[in-house]
Ligand binder design. Structure first.
Ligand SMILES: [Zn+2]
Length: 202
């Protein structure tokens, strides 16, 4: 169930209780990859891994748009773009459950309301804390701001490294993938687009 994380039972020390079947699944994987889940160093690993995954995926069942509900109409005549850049984030790819680590730049051109700047990062994290592909993450962040703030334009650029590429498969550390989603004036007006991309450093 999507909102399961709200109802996890906690042990005496306040940690999420990990069901036996979840621990066993991780032991199975350890065994299958050639290790011995009974050796000392791995005894508590299934619990740790399970709790870590709860945390990586804590965006599941949440609505990131909720972070945009508090809007300020008093913008003092400010009608230029708002940009938050170099926002670090971590996500996990849905194909390998491997880490995606990178940074995002998020901009919008307000129409009649703005939000607290940290809210843009919260929207990003809400979508990042679930299994993702970078393209969808980029699109979802942009769409969420577009629909909830009703701005003149939204621009989201994400640059990230994928653990499934750097640590396995073709093993290419250092290779970054860049994705972007531009909406409204940033899509339609080449001057606005150039301005926002250059402020973002692209
Ligand atoms: Zn992958």
């Amino acid at each position: 169930m999507a909102c399961g994380h709200d109802h996890d039972e906690l042990d005496d020390s306040g940690k999420v209780i990990v069901p036996e079947e979840v621990q066993e699944a991780i032991r199975t994987l350890l065994r299958w990859s050639g290790d011995d889940p009974q050796r000392e160093g791995l005894i508590d690993t299934p619990k740790r891994v399970a709790r870590a995954w709860k945390e990586y995926c804590q965006g599941n069942g949440t609505d990131p748009a909720a972070h945009l509900s508090r809007q300020f109409q008093e913008v003092g005549g400010y009608n230029e773009l708002v940009l938050l850049k170099d926002i670090p984030f971590q996500s996990h790819c849905e194909h390998h459950m491997a880490p995606i680590t990178g940074k995002a730049a998020i901009a919008y051109m307000p129409r009649d309301s703005v939000v607290g700047i940290s809210k843009l990062a919260r929207v990003l994290h809400g979508f990042a804390q679930r299994l993702q592909i970078q393209e969808r993450l980029t699109a979802e962040v942009a769409q969420c701001i577009w629909e909830n703030l009703n701005p003149h334009g939204v621009a989201v650029v994400i640059e990230a490294q994928h653990g499934c590429m750097t640590g396995r498969g073709v093993k290419t550390p250092g290779v970054g993938m860049v994705t972007s989603r531009l909406l409204g004036c940033f899509l339609e007006d080449s001057r606005s687009r150039k301005e926002v991309l250059s402020l973002m450093g692209y």
